[in-house]
Design a protein. Structure first.
Length: 279
């Protein structure tokens, strides 16, 4: 069930082709994300992140090139239902994703549409509630929940489809620091315990410091890829793509300039605290 990969092969996406306002949002992008990988997708406004996300679950089709999800071509209409089941999507605004007036009904909605048995539906709802830590709020009205709790509902809805991959387009941008941290912990747990692929789009560098790989988009192309430590310590290159590394990386950089020997892999506050307390 949790097997495969997401593959973009020479993908170009042009909007309004042949019209005065035509726009190439992605230009010849090739990217393979293997099953179980946690990828942080970064880039300034308009760099093509949401376009890439929408291509991956077949909401839009490439103008040229191919997008494959677990080997299924997103341009083949007959595969779309299966592709959307295998790629769970979570967007910026959780309010737009709520359908029902009770949390557990909201989560059951997708599986019900798959025509599954009652037993299977309820098992999936239980598992999804538990995976995001919402079991106690199952009878609540989603609209009454906090932004962070609503995003957990959105993730639970995606999980109830038993996806192999999750693509999240700025899910933390409307959350407070605590909500952001909790969401990060849930995504890490889903990735590590169930080997679900996570592609997390964010403007917040701290959200993706724990990713396996960072991909930076710039002007519709892949500009940089590497581990978080590799990407975040290349501050000049990042700046040229309109991005700033996390503050703790900037601090480490400043300390290095002042002669401190600080490992380049130290890119989080806890690691920095550990290092400073040892030395
Ligand atoms: N439906 C559309 N029609 C025309 N142009 C579009 C459409 N969708 C996106 N674009 C353009 O394509 C480019 C990439 O947009 P995209 O939404 O993928 O960027 P993004 O990296 O997600 O930006 P943001 O950080 O602001 O969300 C932008 O110039 C945008 O204006
Ligand atoms: Mg976007």
């Amino acid at each position: 069930m949790f097997e495969g990969s997401i593959e973009l092969v020479n993908v170009t996406k042009e909007f309004n082709v042949g019209q005065p306002l035509s726009k190439i949002a992605l230009n010849d992008v090739s990217l393979t994300v293997r099953q179980g990988e946690f990828v942080g997708l970064l880039g300034m406004n308009g760099s093509g992140k949401s376009t890439l996300a929408r291509l991956v679950n077949g909401l839009i089709k490439p103008t040229a090139g191919k997008v494959y999800v677990n080997g299924l071509d997103t341009a083949a209409s007959r595969s779309l239902i299966e592709i959307r089941r295998q790629v769970g999507m979570v967007f910026q605004n959780p309010d737009n994703q709520i359908i029902s007036s009770i949390v557990e009904e909201d989560i059951a909605f997708g599986p019900e549409n798959l025509g599954l048995s009652r037993a299977e539906i309820s098992e999936r709802v239980e598992w999804s509630l538990q995976a995001v830590g919402l079991t106690e709020l199952r009878q609540h009205a989603p609209h009454m929940l906090s932004g962070g709790q609503k995003q957990k509902v959105a993730i639970a809805c995606a999980l109830a489809m038993r996806p192999s991959h999750l693509v999240l387009d700025e899910p933390t941008s409307m959350l407070d620091p605590r909500g952001r941290r909790e969401l990060g912990e849930i995504l890490t747990a889903l990735n590590q315990e169930y080997n679900i692929t996570v592609i997390l789009i964010s403007h917040n560098m701290e959200d993706v410091v724990g990713a396996d790989r960072i991909v930076v988009l710039h002007q519709g192309g892949i500009y940089m890829t590497g581990t978080p430590a590799e990407v975040f310590t290349a501050s000049e290159q990042l700046a040229a793509a309109g991005l700033r590394p996390p503050e703790i990386v900037q601090l480490a950089e400043n300390l290095r300039r002042s002669g401190f020997q600080i490992d380049r892999n130290i890119i989080t506050v806890p690691k920095m605290v550990e290092y400073l307390c040892q030395s």
